[in-house]
Design a protein around this ligand. Structure first.
Ligand code: NAP
Length: 241
């Protein structure tokens, strides 16, 4: 069932950038499904956002097929879906190693959430998004995943002894590019965004509040019909792949 009101799902929205993106979308009038893997944390977040608009909790662990399927069925029955924000993400402790020595267990656990999880959710919700007049898929990536930046002479990440998280964001960007091509004859837009450096549980050294990073997420979620698809965007414009 679809309503005339625009509906968005944000995964991993009980805190951090996802929480702030959910808030900003609700304030714009979206019905927002706040996805969280933990019911208590999700319901607490929904309670906090109640003043901002119509925000509803949906249980969603992106690594759990049954959880994702159940969420898709419920959202299909109750509202339909226009916007999917693949925000849920993990970054395990720094120091998992450069490619020559990376801990493969850390690599796999990172990919389970950041890549397989995002693709699992995308596949489950794609039939709903295709039915929307203005479907938008936003993959919350990172400039760390940009091979263009990493292989440039000025690479700002040269000292980073961690491969798993950046590689997962490169793979997430591959989903963006390939899916945008798959959907190029539709009105659905698929983009990656980098929210910049935000002070969250994931990034204690973050430079700005998560509410700032959420703005580019919301920008990509609300692109007009002539907006870009298959792009990698940050607050300054286009990020190289
Ligand atoms: P955060 O505060 O740690 O939030 C991460 C969210 O993802 C939490 O809600 C977490 O839920 C959820 N999550 C983790 N595993 C999950 C799973 N299996 N299923 C469902 N949800 C799951 O991190 P953040 O900084 O807001 O990051 C949000 C996104 O922005 C991530 O994709 C991250 O890579 C990206 N990003 C962040 C920065 C930054 O500077 N912070 C920069 C670039 C990109 P729990 O609370 O249950 O753990």
């Amino acid at each position: 069932m679809s309503t005339s009101q625009q509906t968005a799902l944000v995964t991993g929205a009980n805190k951090g950038i996802g929480f702030e993106a959910a808030r900003q979308l609700a304030r714009q009038g979206f019905t927002v499904w706040l996805g969280a893997r933990d019911e208590a944390r999700g319901e607490a977040a929904v309670k906090e956002l109640g003043v901002d608009g119509d925000v509803r909790f949906v249980g969603l662990d992106v690594t759990d097929e049954a959880s994702v399927r159940a969420a898709a069925q419920r959202i299909e029955e109750e509202t339909g879906l226009d916007v999917l924000v693949n925000n849920a993400g993990v970054a395990f402790a720094d120091g998992d190693g450069r490619p020559g020595e990376v801990d493969l267990d850390v690599l796999q656990r990172t990919f389970d959430v950041n890549v397989h999880g995002a693709l699992r959710v995308t596949q489950a919700f794609l039939p709903l998004i295709r039915r929307s007049a203005a479907g938008r898929i936003v993959n919350v990536s990172s400039t760390l995943g940009s091979l263009g930046v990493v292989t440039s002479p000025q690479n700002p990440f040269g000292q980073l002894a961690s491969f798993a998280y950046p590689a997962s964001k490169t793979a997430l960007n591959a989903i963006t590019g390939w899916l945008a091509v798959e959907l190029r004859d539709t009105s659905v837009k698929v983009n990656s965004v980098c929210p910049g450096s935000n002070a969250t549980d994931m990034n204690s050294a973050g430079a700005q509040p998560a509410s700032e990073g959420a703005k580019v997420v919301v920008h990509a979620a609300t692109l007009p019909a002539d907006g870009p698809t298959g792009s990698f965007l940050d607050v300054n414009g286009v990020v190289p792949w």
